[in-house]
Design a protein around this ligand. Structure first.
Ligand code: 1GP
Length: 243
């Protein structure tokens, strides 16, 4: 259902905005303000997750879902962040890395539980791109990002992901990245794909969001910038929907 909606907008050429909420950096008491903003602006998707989540993610999502109707999708940093309270799950395989645990290991461990939950699962090829400094995801995953000037390697990785049956490809510069994924990389990858392309990491200004859309991103993910100033959501949404 969630993926069906993503595809519908993708085929109609409508770009989508995902608001990433890191439960560890968001106070439960701030959820009232955030959810009111979400109801007003209506971003397409809400992602919940982080490299390290130490709070009770189930309770957090539960609280969030009491206040909004936008689908809440898990974007888990690890198997520990699985919770059946979400509507869907980005089942991430870290294709840019060579850490078997994050390519398939944790997936096997979590699969029976996820299946039991009946949750919608979206297989996502997760590709980490070098962005100027070590990011949490790079460090925590113990993997090397793909150099940002090697768009041929990024594109080959994305093509392999699609051929393996992934439903989405996610180009990640890392949360709070100094530099977002270069627009040339986005364009080169987009030219090779027939599935929606998600881009995130370091998209903290209107012009960066616009450039990523212009380059070919189908879904824009913003976390950090909205943590600092949630009111940017409206501006970013207007830009994304102007395409
Ligand atoms: C991180 O792509 C997301 O996984 C979002 O990054 O927090 O820098 O917006 P930011």
């Amino acid at each position: 259902m969630i993926y069906e909606n993503i595809l519908k907008k993708y085929h109609a050429g409508e770009k989508q905005l995902a608001y990433l909420i890191d439960p560890d950096k968001t106070k439960i008491t701030d959820l009232n303000t955030i959810s009111q903003l979400i109801r007003e602006v209506t971003p397409d998707l809400i992602l919940v997750g982080g490299s390290l989540v130490s709070c009770n993610i189930k309770a957090f999502i539960h609280k969030l879902k009491e206040k909004i109707t936008t689908p809440v999708i898990l974007f888990p940093g690890s198997i520990l962040q699985f919770s059946d309270s979400a509507d869907g799950l980005l089942f991430l395989s870290l294709l840019s890395g060579r850490n078997p645990e994050l390519l398939i290991g944790q997936h096997v461990a979590a699969a029976p539980l996820i299946k039991q939950s009946g949750m919608e699962v979206m297989a996502t090829g997760y590709i980490l791109i070098e962005s100027g400094r070590t990011t949490s995801v790079g460090y925590m995953s113990n993997t090397l990002p793909i150099p940002s000037n090697k768009s041929d390697i990024v594109a080959a990785t994305a093509i392999a992901g699609e051929m393996l049956g992934m439903k989405l490809i996610y180009l990640e510069a890392g949360s709070g990245a100094l530099e977002p994924v270069p627009t040339s990389v986005i364009t080169d990858v987009k030219a090779q794909l027939n599935i929606p392309l998600i881009v995130g990491g370091g998209l903290n200004t209107a012009s960066k969001v616009e450039a990523a859309c212009q380059a070919g991103a189908d879904i824009i993910v913003v976390g950090n910038a909205l943590e600092k100033d949630p009111s940017l959501l409206k501006e970013f949404h207007t830009i994304v929907k102007s395409f």
